[in-house]
Design a protein around this ligand. Structure first.
Ligand code: CP
Length: 326
């Protein structure tokens, strides 16, 4: 268990057994995930392949928080790998009757689960499950599908995959991440992925009330003005205001936010001529992004979603090929 204590995602052979965060993942592991995703998609045709690597395996989607893209693309990914997929209906599950998270996990483990894909409003919930299964059911894999404001590692990976597809090389890029960085697990995972992959300039752009402390220590340049943040950028990643995680009033109004931080065609023109615009979704048009930009030629927002299937297939197949935690 010593290597497990050092990095709860890796087994004693150093293999990726769980995917909990990009923070602490070696660059080689990230690059392996991206190159494995290449083998699952014809990017020119946007065609995701069927590859029966997980036949006979059971993947349980446990989404304790709402999702459109992540839950569905994990389901598609698992099915393309020929796994059996089970979506726990949390609202109708016994969690609503007070069953503890780990009792739910124990019961699903007794149903012969091989992997849990977990989204939870509480930061750290997937870690708790991984620590528990690593002790009591060490063959099981846990994949973090977004925990609180902590991490969304597969979003970070699919964003890196999308950037690599359009820009080919990370080593000469300027990437601006714009919006509610404070509450964004996507921003944290993107920052860890992009700095690990060698992007020389990652900018965090937003009002001071939505910028966490410690960004500079993560290798990020802070910009409080949108024009400064997007000027000369190769990639602009827009984030929504995570009002469900805000305590108190951090902004005067959505209209004022759009006036100062909304990405319009005029502001996009400050970026490089071939800049791409990304967004993890869900988008709030007219709040952080203008519809002309969201639907315009620079937008690769829907391509991100398709690439997410191949990246999630890569994660599922890689963790499934690792040895047990004990
Ligand atoms: N990007 C993302 O996590 O979207 P969902 O909340 O729809 O899964």
């Amino acid at each position: 268990m010593s290597s497990h204590s050092a990095n709860p995602q890796l087994n004693s052979k150093g293999e990726l057994h769980h995917l909990l965060s990009i923070d602490g993942l070696p660059r080689g592991v990230i690059e392996r995930i991206l190159s494995t995703a290449d083998s699952f998609i014809n990017v020119a045709e946007r065609e995701v392949k069927n590859v029966p690597l997980l036949r006979g395996k059971s993947v349980f989607n446990l989404f304790f928080e709402n999702s459109t893209r992540t839950r569905t693309t994990f389901e598609i990914a698992a099915r393309r790998l020929s796994a059996d997929v089970f979506n726990l209906d949390i609202v109708r599950s016994s969690a609503a009757k007070g069953e503890s998270l780990l009792d739910t996990i124990n019961n699903l483990t007794a149903m012969q689960a091989d992997a849990f894909v977990v989204r939870h409003a509480t930061s750290g919930a997937p870690y708790l499950i991984a620590r528990h299964t690593s002790r009591h059911a060490p063959h099981i894999h846990v994949i973090n599908a977004g925990d609180g404001q902590h991490a969304h590692p597969t979003q970070g990976l699919l964003d890196a995959y999308t950037i690599r597809h359009y820009k080919k090389d990370f080593s000469n890029l300027t990437v601006a991440i714009v919006g509610d960085i404070l509450h964004s697990r996507v921003a944290r995972s993107d920052i860890h992925a992009l700095t690990t992959l060698g992007v020389p300039e990652v900018r965090a752009v937003g009002p001071l009330t939505l910028l966490p402390t410690g960004l500079e220590q993560m290798g990020v340049r802070v910009c409080t003005k949108l024009d400064d943040g997007v000027r000369g950028a190769d990639v602009i990643i827009m984030l929504r205001l995570q009002s469900e995680r805000m305590r108190g009033t951090l902004l005067p109004s959505a209209a004022e936010y759009f006036a100062n931080y909304g990405l319009t065609a005029k502001r996009l023109a400050l970026a490089k001529p071939d800049a791409i615009v990304m967004h993890p979704g869900p988008m709030n048009r007219g709040v952080e992004i203008d519809s002309h930009v969201a639907d315009g030629t620079a937008s690769v927002i829907l391509t991100q979603v398709t690439f997410g299937i191949a990246v999630r297939m890569a994660v599922l197949s890689i963790v499934s090929s690792s040895a047990s935690m004990q």
